[in-house]
Design a protein around this ligand. Sequence first.
Ligand code: XUL
Ligand code: CO
Length: 461
Amino acid sequence: MSSFAPKSSSADERSADYAQYDRDEAVFFPDIPKISFNSEAGANETLVFKTYNPKEVVLGKTMEEWLRFSVCFWHTFRGTGADPFGFPTLHRPWDDGSDSIENAKRRMRAAFEFFSKLGVKYWAFHDRDIAPEGSNLEVSNKNLDTLVELAEQLQQKTGVHLLWATCNLFAHPRYMNGASTNPDAHVFAYAAAQVKKGLEVALRLGAENFVFWGGREGYHTLLNTNIKKELDNMAAFFRLVVAYKKKIGFNGTLLIEPKPKEPTKHQYDYDAMTVIAFLKTYGLEHEFKLNIEPNHTTLAGHCHEHDVAMAAAFGMLGSIDSNTGSPDLGWDTDQFPMDVKNTTAIMKIVIEQGGLQPGGLNFDCKVRRESTELADMFIAHIGAMDAFARGLKCAARIVDEGVLSMQVLERYSSYSIDIGARVESEETSLEELEKYVLKNGEPERRSGRQEHFESIINHYV
Ligand code: XUL
Ligand code: CO
């Protein structure tokens, strides 16, 4: 599909006076106060938390500890609202649309004011979100260093930490045929060099995790693709990453983020189970965990919380890119998670695994291109944070009362005794199982009681 959209908004739409934002004490959101908590706030008040009360204790931990919210830089500070059919709609008064270092610095200072007023403790970025790509790797690294220095100062000043950093290995034309799975070893080397710098930056900024999302790692046609070689090369790439991480003493968790398609027709990191199988196949399962994004999960044809549940079941759930898709659309809409049933399902899994630390809930979400006011940036995050706080409270009651879990346990109780226990301890044989059936005949029909379980959830939500 060709793009009708230019890179930036038209000049006459932009603010004339950027100098006001270049001062250290500049205020980027003059009309927005620090967001407060008021459980009594009315329906029309959306610039206030009604449930998210950071210090409130739920099941022995504060909400802030359970929820570990993070704002993503790419959508919230680089998103323009452009889509393949339309020009940018989101005009940010501090952003002149250029690739200059000054513009990048203004954006970064606006971002830290946003994080502070919102009251989130974490942020996340791609290398190329925060600093412009230069004419060669050296220039790109120099640009990155300049912005990382500012980020370091702002992190110190505000107390906001880096949940994760990542490298953009998908936007530049050099990566059109893949990064670590590129048929050209020169491109593999470029991606490796970029990640080397990314890990150094992550170390310097104290990132708690480092993410790999392989948007171009896959194929458009099998006719020109050696899939085994590409997967072997991807594993080789990850081994190099592990070696360098250890060499420089970066202790953050390495995370792979599954997605089945978009932008590539078939992406190798299809879903949670595929990534777990890849890691186990190449002996990397102790070095990586997963960053699950529910909108990617639904793109893979699963329900919203499926991959979070799958990753958690195998001890591989590292972090969550908290967003949602639109059930009636088939692509990655990256919407803010506002549905309390979804957040309850996610938080139930998070509570059952004892929390997400050092991972968190990163809002990989963008406001709709029609949500054009600066206040919409806040309202979107506040609404999602409140939806997660409500999900946490509902899930805490579900887990605490144990009505659901007792019945799930009971559903599998035949494996605790008799022939079931022998199956679980792997002491049985096909001959013994045949004998059991010849003696005991047809199994009783047992209801799965789906509607009963759904009604239990509705009792809490
Ligand atoms: C793309 C996506 C990415 C990753 C980081 O769908 O989710 O933004 O989270 O590269
Ligand atoms: Co994501």
